[in-house]
Design a protein around this ligand. Structure first.
Ligand code: ADP
Ligand code: MG
Length: 448
């Protein structure tokens, strides 16, 4: 039998990547850029398809980022090229950008300029504002790790900073200015929804712009409030294994929107502002052991799903909604809030807490595979191989239909688990997956 070496990506080197996008800018435009900005992709620890329902999610910034080098123009024109889309230079007059009149990757960039101009006057772009941009990224594109938010959030900082010379007032878009960052996240969400046409919630943009270095965030999407959490895997001898399965998804496609529509129907049928409000306020099950918490959760989820399905039956456009799609939403809402509690009590001396965290990841995966139905064979193979090789838990990350898988593993067995995944892929004839080293990430910033 041939031995397949697991393909590990090299550790990202931020300084080298800042220089690389600058060099690409100079090679294309023949002048130095005025600045370089970057924003991370995110590893969502838990909580999929629930941000738009007011659930809480738990993202962490990745060390993988999208870099934008930019230079001010004064003719209202936005021009951009991406190293990931070679030869596909795009140009648009900013005031001509409208939802629906652009196509492809450039919608994620031009959409941000359009969306800034939907805001109140203090952050709209001055009429003569334009920019030349060069984009480069090491976030897997379409990999469930949010390359879309990384390109939007690096672009929004570039446009804000580049436009400062044309403004009366100085705008501080650094992470110290949480209020402005929260607004810019909304700008990027609107860009993705309206111009790129992907009906995602606000998880990715919030993580990219508003997370703290190396920490996870519990984001309550009823009000976008944040609670940073330390995930001290190191002292417990644990690590996250992140696998890019090289099966890109297409979120602007209909599958995501269909699930969103059904669960929003459930919200409406129950007469609520957010589906999260159907559940009790406190989902932590603090003080309960793993088995009791699970028993409580499953009973609450089934009860509420039944109620929602009955209520939906009397709303014409909600009939025949797949029950599992609704059930998943309640399920993941419970899992995230329990996980945030479990992490808060976990330390190096509490193997039971880490083991429960792993089980929560796997429980969420099973729901995404069987109830929400967003998995595919390559993903199932990676998750099963991780679990068979001793991972504490494993799940799909992002919207599904491909993308990334993550696992919680003992650091000592990181390589062995990656070997098991590589072997399982080779045995089935799937294209080799890529394993991503996980150093701590940090939020969007100006680099140069
Ligand atoms: P994900 O966010 O999980 O990576 P999405 O489908 O949400 O996947 O977003 C991927 C899309 O974002 C790509 O198809 C492309 O249009 C755009 N995109 C992301 N990164 C880049 C990049 N570096 N250059 C050009 N376009 C990009
Ligand atoms: Mg995305």
């Amino acid at each position: 039998m041939t031995i397949i070496e697991p393909a590990w990506a090299s550790e990202p080197d931020h300084k080298v990547l800042v220089a690389r996008v600058r060099d690409a800018f100079v090679a294309k435009y023949g002048v130095e850029p005025d600045g370089v900005w970057s924003a991370p992709g995110r590893l969502n620890l838990l909580g999929e398809y629930i941000d738009f329902l007011g659930g809480s999610c738990m993202p962490m910034p990745l060390p993988y980022r999208t870099y934008v080098a930019g230079r001010l123009r004064r003719d209202g024109v936005l021009r951009a090229e991406s190293v990931q889309m070679p030869g596909d230079e795009r140009t648009v007059v900013i005031r001509d950008i409208h939802p629906g009149n652009l196509k492809g990757w450039f919608t994620y960039v031009a959409g941000v300029a359009w969306s800034l101009n939907q805001e109140a006057g203090d952050i709209t772009l001055p009429a003569e504002f334009g920019a030349d941009l060069m984009i480069d990224s090491n976030v897997p594109v379409g990999g469930g790790l949010s390359s879309s938010a990384a390109i939007e959030c690096s672009t929004v900082l570039a446009l804000m900073d580049l436009s400062v010379t044309l403004r009366q007032q100085v705008l501080d878009a650094s992470s110290a200015n949480g209020e402005l960052r929260a607004r810019l996240a909304q700008v990027c969400i609107r860009a993705e929804n309206k111009v790129a046409g992907a009906h995602t919630g606000g998880l990715d943009q919030t993580a990219s712009l508003r997370s703290a270095p190396g920490q996870a965030l519990v984001v309550d999407f009823r009000d976008f409030s944040l609670q940073p959490v330390d995930v001290d895997l190191e002292s417990a001898g644990l690590s996250f294994l992140v696998v890019n399965t090289n099966t890109p998804h297409e979120l602007a496609g209909g599958e995501f929107a269909a699930r969103r529509a059904v669960t929003e129907c459930a919200t409406q049928a129950l007469g609520l502002a957010y589906l999260r409000d159907a559940l009790p306020d406190d989902l932590r099950c603090a003080g309960l052991g793993e088995a009791e918490a699970k028993q409580w959760r499953l009973a609450a989820i089934d009860d509420l799903t039944n109620k929602a399905m009955v209520a939906m039956d009397s709303v014409t456009r909600c009939t025949e909604a797949p029950r599992g799609w609704v059930r998943h939403a309640f399920h993941d809402m419970c899992l995230v809030e329990r996980a945030a509690y479990v992490i808060s009590v976990a330390d190096a001396q509490s193997p039971a807490a880490w083991s429960e965290l792993g089980n929560l990841f796997t429980e969420s995966f099973v729901s995404m595979r069987d109830e929400l139905q967003v998995s595919r064979p390559e993903i199932n193979t990676a998750v099963d191989a991780c679990l068979d090789a001793g991972a504490l838990g494993s799940r799909i990350v992002g919207g599904g239909f491909g993308g990334a898988v993550m696992a919680l593993v003992e650091t000592d067995s990181l390589y062995a688990v990656s070997q098991a995944v590589a072997d399982a892929y080779a045995a089935r004839g799937y294209a080799s997956p890529e394993f991503l080293p996980m150093s701590p990430g940090f939020p969007a910033q100006r680099d140069h």
